[in-house]
Design a protein around this ligand. Structure first.
Ligand code: NAD
Length: 249
């Protein structure tokens, strides 16, 4: 059977790395787009392709997709996962430097747009495609003190909906996933809430409520539970979500 081709952006670390591993376990050949070529190649594995791509840059994305097309073939699955929080100055509206705002929007919303735009011609030609955008619970519920991030993830959710409406009739599905707190490098040791409900692990479930976010923005007990109910829950749910979207097990 011909192996399917997937592109995962930000596939070197955290959620993207777990998705890459899941797709590889389902016999996909995966192209990893990330900032460092060597790390991307290591994540993609010997039968995949690692490409240094800045998802915020149109030329970089177009070159990356052209490399995938030439090396692996047409793309059937795109996972728009690369994302940033913007760092400590990406706070409330009046505190956020313009260039930080622009960078967060560029990676978190322009990135999914550029990558989708680049793979859609292949998908339209095939009459089949799956685009999964990793948004955030903060695309649905405001994260206090993180104006740029919250706005960007709201945009990512609506972007995914826009694709679904425009391309569903052509056999191309688009979905946004809105995780709650997931234990990745975003949460340095000691910054995660204590075990309990509400905190997820990209390679297994963990838990927690309360505690403080990095940057001193307080985590909220109620929404942490909400995150869990609306989020992915655990690795099995992540696997099922991805597998269902791409037609796997
Ligand atoms: N960790 C959480 O609690 C959490 C919660 C909700 C949503 N998310 C979302 O999940 C996604 C992944 O988050 P994570 O926690 O795994 O983060 P992470 O930092 O572990 O991984 C992000 C990856 O994206 C890459 N990346 C960053 N900017 C890039 C760019 N311009 N071009 C290409 N690659 C780039 C990084 O190098 C990294 O490998 C993000 O979109 C994030 O907003 C995370």
């Amino acid at each position: 059977m011909e192996r399917r081709i997937a592109v995962v952006t930000g596939g070197v670390s955290g959620i993207g790395k777990a998705i890459t591993e899941g797709l590889r376990a389902q016999e996909f050949r995966v192209a990893v787009f990330d900032l460092d070529a060597d790390a991307a190649a290591a994540a993609a594995g010997p039968d995949g392709l690692g490409v240094a791509v800045d998802v915020a840059d149109a030329r970089s994305v177009d070159a990356g997709v052209a490399a995938v097309h030439a090396t692996l073939g047409p793309v059937q699955v795109l996972v728009n996962n690369a994302g940033i929080g913007g760092g400590p100055t990406a706070g409330r509206c009046h505190e956020t430097p313009v260039e930080v705002w622009e960078h967060v929007q560029a990676v978190n919303t322009r990135g999914p747009f550029l990558c989708s735009r680049a793979v859609l011609p292949d998908m339209l030609a095939a009459g089949y495609g799956q685009i999964v955008t990793i948004a955030s619970i903060n695309g649905l519920v405001v994260l206090p003190g993180r104006c740029a991030y919250t706005t960007s993830k709201g945009g990512a959710v609506m972007f995914a909906k826009s694709l679904a409406v425009d391309y569903g009739r052509f056999g191309i599905r688009s979905n946004a996933i809105c995780p709650g707190m997931v234990r990745t490098r975003w949460w340095p040791p000691g910054s995660m809430p204590a075990p309990g409900r509400g905190v997820l692990d990209p390679v297994g479930s963990a838990g927690g409520t309360g505690g403080d976010r990095r940057g001193g923005v307080p985590a909220r007990r109620g929404p942490a539970g909400l995150h869990e109910r609306r989020g992915l829950g655990d690795r099995r749910r992540l696997d099922r979500a991805v597998a269902a979207r791409v037609g796997g097990a």
